[in-house]
Design a protein around this ligand. Structure first.
Ligand SMILES: [Zn+2]
Length: 252
């Protein structure tokens, strides 16, 4: 069978149009979980950055407390040595303790300098953490809205799809079994079952595989209600039909 004479070309075109719509809806729906996963991954990465900033603050706070304790310890040491001075009789020992006190005091000065720069660093780190937190919350709000919108869209598609599948089933019932079977078979193998025959330099070509049609088929194709089968790819061929010129039965 390489020429089909049929009154059902319009119905078949409408069915194919419906199938295209259903396919594109399914494709969109299949992409939604991937898009959501992508957004969640992005959020996690931003959360890691925030956590990093928080850890830096904690780390500096710990260091600063350690330094304060160390200074306090040294100051107590100075007091202890000053008390020792009262008990010392020997001049040599007295001098030695004074030197030791001086050494500890120098150490305290240097620690206090370090502490000042540490506190500056801590202030900067806290500022950076607040900024990141603000940015993160703003971003998170936007991303959550994006995810909600995608989930809503998925439900919408699912609902419309149900109706479309039902209307597709009704459309298919109105097409003769033999033609429908051929259409379904080609659809499963080729994606598009029905393609246009393109005219170039007075010859017709299959737009599915680009093979030229025999002159007999080209001649038949010019008649109304004819579907030609491509010798090469087996797709159903019909003449170029302006969009919307065929009856769209059961179309909304
Ligand atoms: Zn072909």
């Amino acid at each position: 069978m390489d020429i089909i004479y049929t009154q059902e070309l319009d119905k078949l075109m409408a069915l194919q149009k419906k199938d295209r719509r259903i396919n594109s809806m399914r494709e969109e729906m299949d992409l939604i979980p991937l898009k959501i996963a992508e957004i969640e991954k992005d959020m996690e990465a931003k959360k890691d950055l925030l956590e990093e900033a928080r850890k830096r603050v904690l780390n500096l706070q710990v260091k600063s407390r350690e330094m304060e304790l160390l200074i306090k310890e040294k100051e107590e040491n100075v007091l202890k040595h000053q008390k020792e001075l009262n008990a010392v009789k020997n001049n040599e020992a007295y001098k030695a303790i004074l030197t030791e006190i001086e050494r500890i005091k120098n150490g305290i000065d240097s620690l206090e300098n370090d502490e000042i720069s540490l506190l500056d660093e801590l202030e900067e780190a806290q500022k950076a953490e607040r900024k990141r937190k603000g940015e993160f919350m703003e971003m998170e709000k936007g991303k959550r809205q994006e995810i909600d919108a995608l989930r809503k869209r998925s439900c919408e598609i699912e609902n419309v799809l149900k109706g479309e599948m039902e209307s597709r089933r009704e459309m298919a019932l109105k097409i003769s079994a033999q033609l429908l079977e051929k259409y379904e078979y080609l659809r499963s193998k080729k994606g598009e079952a029905l393609v246009e025959a393109e005219e170039r330099d007075g010859k017709y070509f299959c737009s599915g595989c680009n093979m030229a049609l025999t002159s007999k088929k080209s001649g038949e194709l010019r008649k109304p209600n004819v579907i030609a089968i491509c010798d090469n790819c087996q797709r159903m061929l019909c003449l170029k039909v302006a969009p919307g010129s065929f009856k769209e039965e059961n179309e909304k």
